[in-house]
Design a protein around this ligand. Structure first.
Ligand code: 13P
Ligand code: SF4
Length: 368
């Protein structure tokens, strides 16, 4: 057997062992060939592949050199010495990699990998807010585009949001654009929160923040906003021993009804270290499959209608095409990169709070 065929066969066997439960056999054979081609091109292009925790199992467990949550991937993107970064995640994540490594070629494998949060706010919206509330520091979630980051003072991710807010020497902060994350952070930091719409409804259109200590926007994650307290109750009724984990993009009521809340990697770490044997994950459903593929003996319940359509755009086929054709390259104006970099770097300098510590990337063994 030629070396190529033997390598593909060995990759197929390892994939079948780990992923046979989720991926039909005929697909595994095709995907093993794609993995082989991606690995070959990765060396030829001197590329590194970063993979977010929401990638489909056949991708997540094979080609990425580094996997993790938004914070971990941002840190790693800043450290690579490769010429090309292929970001298997959505566009705002690839833009963050470009902001941190402006001289590198950064690719996102699909031009359709957006995000409902990133699309909920524009740079002009932020400028209008700063005009209305002068001098109040603006924190923006990493799930925003580069031109929005450029208008803000500091970024945060789901794993360091409270630490970032606490680090600011200000009684009042503007927190954009995720209303639910803002409400969860307000609870954790003891701040009185109002959305910009609530402040307007309070009738004070002039410069006052109507007593709010945190001013939020009304962006929502189209995946996490769907979960309801009724989902938690009904699963608890059926499985009284279940431990419920909710991403902080879920509503504060859902987070309150859960046993643990944290970034995607913090959730993975929690499942790995918990004594419990059954978990409900209130997040994008591929992540549940990815955990099952790696940790035996744990029963992972997930509501599988909740797949992020943007993350689902990133496949092995698109990743191969990205490496072959060097598509879709992230191109940002130098001035935007310069200004957005300040916001991202200020975030990376913040020491994570004790609660956020488990968000560091989980070590894992990839199938090659
Ligand atoms: P994490 O930073 O927790 O990985 O979240 C990213 C995201 O888009 C969640 O919807
Ligand atoms: Fe955006 Fe939600 Fe998809 Fe994350 S899961 S990329 S926040 S739409």
């Amino acid at each position: 057997m030629a070396i190529r065929e033997a390598t593909i066969e060995a990759t197929y066997e390892r994939m079948a062992e780990r992923l046979g439960e989720f991926v039909p056999d005929f697909e595994l054979r095709t995907k093993a060939e794609l993995v082989y081609e991606i690995e070959r091109l990765k060396v030829e292009r001197n590329a590194v592949i970063l993979g977010h925790n929401y990638m489909e199992p056949a991708l997540f467990h094979t080609v990425p050199d580094i996997v993790g949550d938004s914070l971990e991937l941002s840190r790693r993107a800043a450290q690579t010495d490769k010429d090309v970064i292929v970001f298997c995640g959505v566009r705002f994540m690839a833009e963050t990699a470009k902001i941190l490594s402006p001289d590198k070629t950064v690719l996102v494998p699909s031009s359709r990998a957006g995000c409902s949060l990133a699309e909920s706010i524009t740079a002009a919206d932020v400028r209008a807010l700063k005009e209305r509330f002068p001098g109040i520091p603006v924190v923006t979630y990493i799930n925003t585009y580069a031109d929005v980051k450029a208008e803000c003072d500091i970024c945060c991710t789901s794993s360091n949001a409270a630490a970032v807010v606490d680090s600011l020497d200000s009684d009042t902060v503007i927190f954009l654009p995720d209303e639910f994350l803002a409400r969860n952070v307000a609870r954790d930091t003891g701040k009185r929160i109002m959305t910009i719409q609530e402040i307007a409804a309070a009738g004070d259109r002039m410069r006052s923040s109507a007593g709010a200590e945190m001013i939020s926007w009304n962006g929502r994650c189209e995946v996490h906003e769907i979960f309801e307290v009724a989902d938690v109750r009904s699963v608890r009724k059926q499985f009284p021993d279940v431990e419920v984990l909710a991403h902080p993009e879920c509503s504060p009521e859902v987070v309150e009804a859960s046993d643990f809340s944290g970034s995607t990697t913090a959730m993975i770490r929690h499942v790995q270290s918990s004594e419990a044997s059954r978990f409900l994950l209130l997040t994008e459903c591929s992540m549940g499959d990815n955990i099952i593929a790696e940790s035996s003996g744990k029963d992972i319940l997930r509501l599988c209608s909740h797949r992020c359509p943007h993350m689902a755009e990133i496949t092995l086929e698109e990743t191969l095409a990205a490496l072959r054709e060097l598509r879709f390259e992230i191109d940002l104006p130098a001035e935007t990169i310069e200004r957005a970099r300040g916001s991202v770097m200020r975030m990376l300098e913040i020491k994570p709070s004790a609660a956020a510590l488990p968000s560091a990337s989980a070590p894992r063994s990839a199938i090659r």
